[in-house]
Design a protein around this ligand. Sequence first.
Ligand code: ATP
Ligand code: MG
Length: 354
Amino acid sequence: MMKKYELAVIPGDGIGKEVVPAAVKVLQTAATLHGGIQLETTEFPWGCDYYLKHGKMMSDDGLEQLKNFDALFLGAVGDPNKVPDHISLWGLLIHIRREFEQTINIRPAKLFKGLTSPLVNPGPFNFLVIRENSEGEYSESGGRIHKGEDEIAIQNAIFTRKATERVMDYAFKQAVLRKGHVTSATKSNGIVHSMPFWDEVFNDVSKCYTGVRTSSVHIDALAAFFVTKPSDFDVIVASNLFGDILTDIGGAIMGSIGIAPAGNININGKYPSMFEPVHGSAPDIYGKGIANPIGQIWTASLMLDHLGEAALAREVLRAMEEVTEAGIKTKDIGGNATTDEVTNKICLQLQNNI
Ligand code: ATP
Ligand code: MG
């Protein structure tokens, strides 16, 4: 039986316009070889060019147009020389994330064969950071009072039981599918209200997953362990701020921002999830054909996995790793191949493997 997935594709700005077509090519190659999957893509021309013509980042009924897709596949948004970042981000990316209740952010990190980590002795790390994406330290609650030397700034962190349970539960579910270990990023020795609550919910949820091993590590020590022994970790669950910091370390130790993938997950199934690489629009290299397509292609693999096509997702990942191992790499990871050369080689590798 043929399974059909409808994907909304938003290349966006800068190198998004180069790496998204590359990743769609890989996706279509994989689907054709699989034989039982049909990917129907619809492209939306939203982003900064659209803004310069229409005065908005996406059309007014944009969410309406997107809401029935199975997933959203996004490149990068931003053209800081022409459109201020707060307009481009809030007008598209954050707008979609919020309205589609994409409350969880997932970012895997793995040492690929053929890639060089800045760590001297990284070990074969392969972990997944699950970050709460909707509340926590990044809240609008707070303010400033008094002036001059008495001035006070107050920033409240909001942790709801609902969102905390939701992110923990998602992390445990992922651990069951992986190596069965969840590490919670905490700081209950210094942050005395929200973090003890975070620990409590972590313990409560863990009781539903008795086969999963748990650790609770303070964020400062955890950040250090990401550098000294990243291969100790499987799934890490973290608040919005802690997750933000940890995922940047995760990206850095893989060797280039050009390879790191991410997903914004809607877990109630009411709206589609959105998949986008960690890197931005990279205006400095746009148009040269040298952007690394791996981040976007790995992101495509995450999307396949989320859609329930885990085996095909693994094939894409494997083909990618075989190509980097063979030394076919873009400049950012020490090679001299073009975006197209890497992409075509990955497609060829899929044809050999499937
Ligand atoms: P953001 O849009 O998140 O603010 P940024 O402007 O901080 O992003 P990027 O656009 O990700 O940063 O670019 C940072 C640096 O990494 C740039 O020098 C860019 O050329 C490089 N870079 C980013 N993505 C890639 C890629 N896919 N391939 C090669 N180099 C990349
Ligand atoms: Mg930028």
